[in-house]
Design a protein around this ligand. Structure first.
Ligand code: FAD
Length: 240
């Protein structure tokens, strides 16, 4: 029997595990000048703490931002993961397997907020709204193509073909899931490249769908490490 495909436009990010706070940065940085310090000592002077974090960010003293950890459970289409996994340094990944389990028929279809038309040339372009007609076409063609490829996948599985062979017919709009673990420094490098932000000193032009994931991660991180997040923004969103 063929499972009916399900269509989504959203990305989800869940912070499943963390050990990350602004005091981790202070603790690591102050060993340089004060040796080992207690948490109470670190929390005594908030203004000084803010100043130190800002100084480290501004002068790109990066290693104190590595003594923390955040693990996210991310659900997004394969084409997003393909871009995500290019981030090699300070990231650990584990993704669901298309060899060991039957892949669920969940596929990406953009919603009306996704700008559909690219204007300009490589290196100098922008995205603008599509027409109703274009949105309709995108939805029709994507859903039809997804239905066909998933039916082909299931037909091969039903005939006894191995999952790792049959999956070759599935498109990059298929949703996958992974755990991604990083620290604040590697996350900042990722955010600098995968978000478009008015405070960025070095502008980047990421694909909207990976930016949606990045924005959700950033919101979690900002809650855990507000001073570090503030200093990141104040210093042009360049990872130290
Ligand atoms: C808008 C945008 C468009 C892109 N377009 C393309 C594209 O068309 N084709 C394509 O293939 N990729 C593309 N990429 C991916 C890009 O080239 C990077 O692979 C990706 O952004 C990861 O960045 P990174 O290497 O800095 O990160 P990480 O791999 O996490 O590395 C972090 C930092 O560590 C250092 N580092 C890591 N590895 C090495 C190394 N081997 N040698 C020296 N230093 C190292 C560098 O300083 C690097 O910045 C694009 C990325 C963006 C943001």
């Amino acid at each position: 029997m063929t499972d009916s495909p399900r269509f989504r436009s959203d990305m989800t990010v869940e912070l499943v595990k963390h050990s990350a706070a602004d005091t981790d940065v202070l603790w690591a940085a102050r060993v340089s000048t004060a040796g080992e310090q207690s948490l109470e000592e670190l929390e005594k002077d908030p203004q000084r703490s803010k100043g130190l974090i800002n100084y480290l960010m501004r002068d790109r003293h990066g290693s104190p931002f590595e003594h923390n950890s955040m693990t996210f459970f991310v659900s997004a289409p394969l084409f997003v993961f393909r871009e995500f996994h290019r981030h090699r340094v300070g990231w650990s990944y584990n993704e669901e397997s298309g060899r060991y389990r039957e892949l669920e028929p969940v596929f990406y279809v953009p919603d009306a907020s996704r700008k559909l038309v690219q204007k300009g040339r490589p290196g100098k372009y922008e995205f603008v709204e599509g027409s109703e007609k274009q949105l309709e076409l995108v939805r029709e063609q994507m859903t039809e193509s997804y239905r066909q490829s998933y039916a082909a996948y299931q037909e091969m599985l039903d005939a006894g073909v191995a999952r790792e062979v049959a999956r070759a017919t599935l498109p990059v709009g298929l949703y996958s899931s992974m755990y991604a673990t990083c620290n604040a420094r590697s996350l900042m490098h990722f955010l600098g490249l995968r978000t478009k932000h008015e405070l960025a000193r070095v502008p980047s032009f990421p694909q909207r769908e990976i930016e949606m994931v990045a924005e959700l991660m950033e919101a979690e991180w900002a809650r855990l490490m507000p001073l570090t997040h503030e200093a990141f923004n104040a210093n042009g969103r360049v990872a130290p």
